[in-house]
Design a protein around this ligand. Structure first.
Ligand code: NAD
Length: 264
């Protein structure tokens, strides 16, 4: 539990949802957390709230769509904190109105989704590596999605991007393991963050719940607990892996719900 105490952590998209839960989980275990996100007011408010709760925190404004800001936020963290031990690449997503099935895709939008998800992840990792290599230690955790493992009827670019993050994770693990650096991904299923609850009608939630092996929907803390585990010493022999945290959405044959109904 004490293995990340006073470690320097950097979490993107950390003012809401999964990123906020990850930042809190790391801070609650004593890490010095950089809350990195797009909106300065929200970053400041989150850092203030963390400090009020007795956590060690500082803020960084960055936009995952803008590579230079990703690099600068990491470089500033290293300059101010003296090092970086844990990087959580969480900021990401897509615009479902533009990210359609293949036949309707705007090919130009491809680059936006890749920049937001893959290039931002690559950029923060590249910026953090020199400090981690110098200390022969580091844990990088990338937030992917089950959308990077399975197919969907829309969100084509998102799926490609999250698959890219999953394999980037393996490349970083392969290239830097001998230097004491681990890199893992977490692939969430449906998680009840604002992004989801604002857009998900009750009927759709019900479908997700029925298709999950467990009878629950995920909470941001479910991802944060896995991220905190991957950040600490308890996972010291795990690298290059993608941990699926999806309530059992993808562990079974998709025909199960209908076949079960036929036999019950
Ligand atoms: N919620 C889910 O069901 C789910 C499932 C699979 C994967 N994910 C992934 O988890 C991650 C977080 O999702 P969430 O549901 O917590 O989102 P969210 O919208 O609830 O929170 C997103 C956070 O990221 C920040 N942010 C948004 N765009 C940013 C940008 N361009 N640059 C920097 N910060 C930015 C927001 O300010 C906020 O703090 C994403 O990568 C998403 O693809 C989520």
């Amino acid at each position: 539990m004490d293995s990340i105490k006073d470690k320097v952590a950097f979490v993107t998209g950390a003012t809401a949802g999964i990123g906020l839960a990850c930042a809190k989980a790391l801070a609650a275990q004593g890490a010095k957390v950089t809350v990195a996100s797009r909106n300065k007011e929200k970053v400041d408010a989150t850092v203030d709230a963390f400090i009020r709760d007795g956590y060690q925190a500082r803020g960084a404004v960055m936009d995952a769509s803008d590579t230079d800001t990703c690099i600068n936020a990491v470089v500033d963290t290293i300059r101010e904190m003296g090092r970086i031990d844990i990087v959580v690449n969480n900021a990401g997503g897509t615009d479902m109105r533009r990210d359609t099935a293949v036949e309707n895709l705007d090919l130009a939008y491809f680059h936006d989704v890749m920049n937001l998800n893959v290039l931002s992840t690559l950029a923060t990792i590249k910026a953090a590596l020199p400090s981690m290599i110098a200390r022969k230690s580091g844990s990088i955790i990338n937030i992917a999605s089950i959308g990077g493992i399975t197919g969907d009827f829309r969100d084509t670019y998102y799926g490609i991007a999250k698959a890219g993050i999953i394999n980037l994770t393996k490349y970083v693990a392969t290239q830097y393991g001998k230097q004491g650096i681990r890199c893992n991904a977490v692939a969430p299923g449906i998680i009840m963050t604002g992004a989801v609850t604002d857009n998900l009608p009750e009927a759709v939630r019900q479908i997700f719940r029925e298709q999950n092996a467990l009878d629950t929907l995920g909470q941001p803390e479910d991802i944060a607990a896995t991220v905190a585990f991957l950040a600490g010493e308890g996972s010291r022999y795990i690298t290059g892996q993608t941990i699926v945290v999806d309530g059992g959405m993808t562990c079974h044959n998709p025909t199960i719900a209908q076949i079960r109904a036929l036999y019950s």
